[in-house]
Design a protein around this ligand. Structure first.
Ligand code: AGP
Length: 612
């Protein structure tokens, strides 16, 4: 999942392309590159590593006023095919460097195309799947096709997922682009156009964006753009949408990094997720995004939640909430597995997809799988206008604002808050917990602030435990998905081996791992299962395992059991996951900082996983 950008307009094209790549760096940071035309020359500049390296390498051109390039394409890479080397960095080009291409996605039939082109005498200089594209374009141009025709012909040869932007010396004032499964938007400015993988890359220049759909190509000229659906061979009229977006929200402000900033946005995130959705006067829940399906929802007798990573763990909390509050059976499935499972599906089953980015390929594929089943598809999505938001029949936006750190934090808080509202909505007020939960959600931002106020003491503990190489996270009931999420947070930013486990499962195996060097994070807030969790902590203590616990303020007993305790305010079991998550996020954050890790850009990961 890479990031691509293309610019055509009056500015020095390198300026918006490089600032766009910076905004998209969360999608991959193995290498970066640009290609541009200035006068009758073409240039390609690539660097291994972060976009900052590219800034240095292009300085002489981005400052040039004499021969400033007015057209350019750029790329920031997350390596899928071929190691993160200079040769494999994008843009890729044909042998006489007259055609340049950047690509996000995977060309699944590249090996076959490659050998066919090699048989025609084409030489390949990279291990990437993408390199087949400029050579295919070259081949069709040499067969006498105009570049636009060659571009469309090439798209028809490709299988897999792609967002592509291409420029050619044959038509130096045009950018050709297309999408299939990988996201692509066109920012429409005054006399300028910016193509990008997502809107954050164009916000500095315009808030008017055109979303491209699957099988669409766009030809961008100096004064206009034309969209064509290559599957139906039809031109498509699509005006730009004006996006409400607060650029300041996307900026770091006084924080050292986005992860800490986004953790500290928890109180505001809860408020934004409930704003206008809890109607205190009537004591009701109003979810505008579900109104169009409110009648069908009455006949839903099964919900399948599909998601990946942190969103999947939010889905597990959603399962507990919807089953307890609305009495509808729920199954939570990993989207990457769901796509390839064959299971019975009835029209009274709804599929609920959860995604921060709204672009995760596995979750998108899961939704596409049930397209023919006639099942209702609902989305819980943060990124406005994203592919999942546009593919689902109805949904609820999380309104958490842009999340830029790779490790998802505020999005999890928003997802669980929204799932609580959906569960209450589906309960039609039938649960006795309806009013208490509305009141609780109203008070929750304050409780979240009380936890953030403990950041320093959580920091000390995290630094103390950051020397452990192995961690087990345990919890019961609503705390079980939190254990899974806590372990993921620690893993993905500190690279410490961590496993989340249902506390009751310990004695069925994991207990064998426990010794004085294997730490345990026990999530033990007040609730029906606290005593059971105590016994699990006892089992660990009996094997000499150090334990740090999360408990509810006022719980003195736990101090006799655990080595260290982090307290959360008194809260209902149903909302405890939101408060517990903030502790887990801060703990993993400070452990990773102590270990000198890049918390916003952990190795080998990317924010939005747009390939299967
Ligand atoms: C979580 O911190 C990770 N970034 C990752 O597991 C993420 O949750 C997963 O890729 C799903 O992303 P989505 O919510 O954008 O679909």
């Amino acid at each position: 999942m890479c990031g691509i950008v293309g610019y055509l307009g009056k500015r020095n094209a390198l300026e918006p392309v490089i600032s766009g790549l910076k905004a998209l760096e969360y999608r991959g940071y193995d290498s970066a590159g640009v290609a541009f035309f200035s006068g009758s020359d073409s240039q390609v500049i690539k660097q291994v590593g972060r976009v900052d390296e590219l800034v240095k390498a292009t300085a002489q051109y981005s400052k040039s006023t004499r021969r400033k390039p007015k057209i350019a394409i750029g790329h920031t890479r997350w390596a899928t095919h071929g190691a993160p080397t200079l040769a494999n960095a994008h843009p890729h080009y044909n042998s006489d460097k007259s055609i340049f291409v950047v690509h996000n996605g995977i060309i699944e039939n590249f090996a076959q195309i490659r050998s066919e082109l090699q048989a025609l005498g084409y030489e390949f200089i990279t291990q990437t799947d993408t390199e087949v594209i400029p050579h295919l374009l070259d081949h069709y141009v040499k067969e006498g096709m105009a570049f636009e025709e060659a571009f469309e012909r090439t798209l028809n040869d490709l299988q897999g997922a792609y967002a592509i932007a291409a420029i050619s010396m044959q038509s130096p004032d045009t950018i050709y682009a297309a999408r299939l499964s990988s996201p692509l938007i066109l920012g429409v400015g005054k006399g300028e156009y910016i193509l990008a993988s997502d809107p954050t890359a164009v916000m500095e220049y315009t808030k008017d964006v055109v979303y491209l759909d699957d099988y669409e190509m766009v030809v961008v000229n100096r004064n206009n753009y034309r969209i064509k659906n290559i599957k139906r061979s039809k031109s498509v009229k699509r005006p730009a949408e004006h996006l409400e977006f607060d650029l300041e929200q996307a900026r770091l402000g006084d924080y050292p990094n986005f992860m800490l900033k986004e953790i500290h946005e928890a109180p505001q995130t809860i408020r934004s997720a409930t704003l206008g959705r809890i109607i205190p006067s009537s004591g009701t829940v109003k979810l505008g995004g579900l109104e169009s399906v409110v009648n069908q929802l009455k006949f839903i007798d099964r919900i399948v939640i599909v998601a990946c990573g942190t969103s999947y763990y939010a889905g597990l909390v959603g399962e507990y909430l919807i089953e307890e509050l609305a009495g509808i059976p729920v199954e939570v499935q990993l989207a990457s597995e769901f796509k390839y499972r064959s299971e019975p599906f009835s029209r009274s089953t709804a599929v609920l997809a959860i995604s921060q980015s709204g672009e995760t390929a596995d979750t998108l594929a899961a939704l596409k799988k049930v397209e023919d089943y006639g099942a209702m598809r609902i989305g819980v999505v943060n990124a406005v206008g994203s592919s999942i938001a546009r593919l689902t029949d109805a949904g609820v936006y999380c309104h958490a604002g842009p999340e830029q750190a790779v490790a998802s934090t505020k999005a999890f808080i928003a997802q669980v808050t929204v799932l609580t509202l959906i569960a209450l909505h589906l309960s039609n007020g039938s649960t006795k917990l309806f009013k208490p939960l509305l009141k609780e959600l109203d008070e929750l931002p304050k409780k979240a602030e009380a936890i953030l106020a403990q950041a320093d003491s959580i920091k000390k503990l995290a630094e103390k435990y950051s020397s452990y190489h192995d961690f087990l996270y345990i919890g019961r009931g609503y705390a079980y998905p939190c254990a899974l999420e806590g372990a993921l947070k620690l893993k993905e930013i500190s690279y410490i081996h961590a496993e989340g486990y249902a506390a009751g499962e310990m004695k069925h195996g994991p207990l064998a791992m426990i010794d004085k060097k294997f730490a345990t994070f026990a999530i033990a807030p007040n609730g029906n299962l606290l005593d059971k969790t105590y016994s699990n902590i006892e089992e660990i203590k009996a094997r000499g395992g150090p334990v740090v616990a999360i408990a509810t303020k006022g719980n003195k007993n736990i101090k006799k059991l655990a080595n260290d305790v982090i307290y959360i305010p008194e809260a209902m079991e149903q909302t405890q996951p939101i408060l517990v998550a903030i502790v887990l996020q801060l703990f993993s954050y400070y452990a990773a900082v102590k270990m000198g890790k890049n918390v916003d850009r952990p190795r080998n990961l990317a924010k939005s996983v747009t390939v299967e």
